[in-house]
Design a protein around this ligand. Sequence first.
Ligand code: UGA
Length: 426
Amino acid sequence: MSKIAVIGTGYVGLTTGVCFAHLGHEVICADIDPEKVDALSRGEVPILEADIDRLLAEARQAGRIRFVLGATNAAAECEFAYLCVPTPQGDDGSADLSYVEAAAREIGPVLPTGAVVVNKSTVPVGSTRVVERALGRSDISVVSNPEFLREGSAVSDFLNPDRVVIGSDHQDAAIRVASLYVGVPAPLMVTDPASAETIKYAANAFLATKLSFVNGIAAVCEAVGADVNDVVLGMGYDQRIGREFLRPGPGWGGSCFPKDTRALARIAEDAGYDFKFLRGVLDLNDEQFERVAAKVCDMVGESIEGRKIAAWGLTFKANTDDLRDSPAIEVLKRLSEQGASIRAFDPAVHGPVAELPGVEVVADPFLAVDDAEVLVVLTEWDEFKWVDLDKVADLMRRRQVLDARNLLDRSMLVRRGFNYRGIGRS
Ligand code: UGA
């Protein structure tokens, strides 16, 4: 079993640390936030992530995980140092590597001879070299090992992945990193660093493409009177297409897809290739926010100014409390700008949302719909399906639902006199 330092305890770093400890390794996780380090040291998990509390408790009990302040305190005795720090979007759409470089510069002087530094953060192609330079050590190998973790199910994605990708110019370092995954049932692929880094971007951009495509098909379905749910079901039987990732919605968001898709377009541009198609994928997503907002306006009729709208869902998808680049926020921002009076409910959001200063966030779904003219469903939380519709019908001023996730039972709503509209279906 190996000694692993994990630098950064966001959802990627924390999941990586906890899962490696679960696999039997000795893990030290570092962060720059003293409160977070204290909380994690007490076994308190600051993120909403299935199973992580249990695995952290087990690892602490077995003495296989510790949390420390500052990267050097974790890296001084490690055999592997995983960089799991943020790579936010820079002003020009490219990924900002400053956190990665700073972490590498910090641990460079203290890493034991022969240690391997592993890049798990999503970094532009060529970053392995950037990290090598920042480390300033010829005895340290740098390996790319991109993550494919979905928020909310990151633990299960780590322990049962579709594949593990390792990119390195040093075969011995690649084999050592591969050995960390003993016990993980997945194909393991070793390639060069540029290919590993590209795999990560290409995978996210392809998934985003699938979603923009299906949202485009939903628009076609509306125009021709087809039902997108049946259309994607029929498409998904074709194994070359597959059933996953074909749910239409209010657009795609989160901390990864928008940032990574823009970054790939930028990487291509910098390398001399104008990836028009990918820019089209991004434009379609912006259009989707507009389309959903326009549907709400259309259901209200005339002017939306001062009209009461209810929103269910604020997070970028269900089972997370993450609001970053949330399609729900994009849609509500547009409605708010036109003067709508909005009350929103989300099971994971308990206070005002900075990007939506005019929107009142309430504590239950009924408070949101009280006296509203349209209810718009923006996140696919399972609990929305079980809300008492009779009560909703009684409370609303007009019985109108725009179900931007095609989540609710249309016939139950229609039976109660609702004007129901979905995405890609009437
Ligand atoms: C995504 C990828 O799925 C992970 O493989 C990747 O590792 C991660 O980004 C990352 O780069 O770190 P995540 O951001 O957690 O994971 O979110 P997803 O579950 O992929 O959902 C992204 C967006 O697509 C959400 O807004 C979601 O609501 C939307 N979506 C997803 C749909 O509208 N329809 C679908 O059928 C699926």
